[in-house]
Design a binder for this molecule. Structure first.
Ligand code: SF4
Length: 400
């Protein structure tokens, strides 16, 4: 298996995501308000990184909490936060995961499984063009079902220990920092279980040594082997391989990928290259991390060398010394501190939504939505471009 023995990067982004999830779960479990964390300059230590809970994080957390309020506040729903789930029947022995949010309404036979993604790199969509639903989300739903939801549903429906209890799932991804990410999929439990069996069969085969590796958007998205897998690299490079200006053409430019300007690409190559952009970036990141680690350990990286990097950001030392000294040195000691106008999100929090809408909404500016170019498989409807609208206007055939 390509990922065997590969480390999972404890990157800053991953640590930031973990801090966000931890803060959110704490708020939901104990009724805290995310703004309390932001106001208190609270920071979480995750994998050696110190992650501050800032206003942005608090505002996103608040929105997500608002989105699940109907489940949290209703006695009909049982909710679980950061639920450990067993996905071994589908993904293989020992495979476990954590479902961010699960809500179950036994009487209405409904289950909601939500995956919260705080990253802003790759958009993650709930719908999958091949399987109908994002595979990670499917895993969490199956795991939640297997771990405890099945029992709740079976015990409340006569005879359902022998057959599949009735239930309808809403599977959702919330990706607050990427406008084009997220989405919802509805699925009856019978479809969920059938899909699980299909995926389990494919996964089982893919774990066999003789299984061919087939690179693609779905399977490579979170694979740890990106950057070390030949098939993935070939697939990424194939973006430029659709006519005689192929990979060879790229090599002739001596690796100067950036000089291979967009004007030399066909529209198909450009579209393909853009869809692959997140993978190319991830691939370079991993290759760079490996080469950097080699250089640190004294192994040569041909054509490259280690130098002293830029000095880090300056900050005051801990303790009362900096304040004491600065207020002594400054002509006006009050200049030692800055006061800033709070953000609209914070102001809304301070005075409440209604008051904000009544008295401050007119003072808020927000940039217009900009058209975003996404993969054809994205579930959002395509917008009509200005040229197409113009074409429609010039088409007078229906007037004749
Ligand atoms: S082809 Fe993609 S999913 Fe398969 S091992 Fe390579 S990177 Fe991972």
């Amino acid at each position: 298996m390509a990922t065997k023995g590969l480390p999972d990067d404890a990157s800053w982004e991953a640590a930031e995501g973990t801090a966000f999830h931890d803060m959110l779960a704490t708020c939901l479990q104990h009724g805290f308000d995310p703004w309390q964390f932001a106001a208190g300059d609270y920071a979480l230590e995750v994998d050696g990184w110190k992650i501050a809970i800032d206003e942005d994080m608090a505002a996103h957390a608040e929105n997500l909490i608002r989105g699940v309020r109907e489940y949290e506040d209703s006695p009909d729903w049982t909710t679980y936060h950061e639920m450990p789930v067993d996905i071994s029947p589908w993904a293989g022995p020992g495979q476990k995961g954590t479902a961010d949010y699960v809500a179950v309404n036994v009487r209405a036979r409904r289950v909601v499984v939500l995956d919260w993604k705080y990253g802003r790199g790759l958009p993650v969509i709930a719908q999958d063009p091949e399987y109908g639903v994002n595979l990670q989300l499917l895993g969490y739903a199956l795991g939640a079902w297997q771990t405890s939801v099945y029992r709740l549903m079976a015990d409340s429906q006569p005879g359902s220990r022998e057959r599949l209890p009735d239930a309808t799932f809403t599977l959702g991804i919330e990706q607050p920092r990427i406008e084009i990410g997220g989405g919802r999929v509805e699925m009856h439990v019978s479809e969920l279980v059938a899909l699980g069996a299909k995926v389990a069969k494919r996964l089982d085969y893919s774990h066999k040594d003789e299984a061919p590796r087939v690179a693609g958007e779905t399977q490579c998205q979170f694979c740890l082997a990106v950057g070390k897998c030949r098939e993935n690299a070939d697939w990424v490079i194939s973006a430029f391989d659709e006519d005689d200006r192929g990979v060879e053409g790229l090599a002739e430019i001596d690796g100067a990928l950036l000089e291979f300007g967009a004007e030399y690409l066909t529209p198909e190559q450009r579209g393909h290259a853009l869809r692959l952009k997140p993978f190319v970036e991830k691939w370079f990141k991993r290759v760079h991390a490996d080469a950097h680690a080699d250089a640190i350990q004294g192994r040569q990286v041909p054509g490259m060398k280690l130098i002293e990097g830029r000095a880090g950001k300056r900050d005051w030392v801990d303790g009362p010394g900096p304040v004491r000294q600065l207020t002594t040195v400054l002509p006006d000691p009050l200049d030692a501190w800055e006061r800033r106008l709070v953000t609209p999100a914070k102001a809304e929090k301070l005075i409440g939504k209604q008051e904000f809408a009544n008295r401050l909404a007119g003072y808020v500016k927000q940039a217009d939505r900009k058209p975003a170019l996404v993969s054809e498989s994205h579930p959002a409807p395509a917008i009509v471009s200005a040229t197409e609208e113009f074409d429609d206007l010039t088409d007078t055939s229906d007037l004749l």
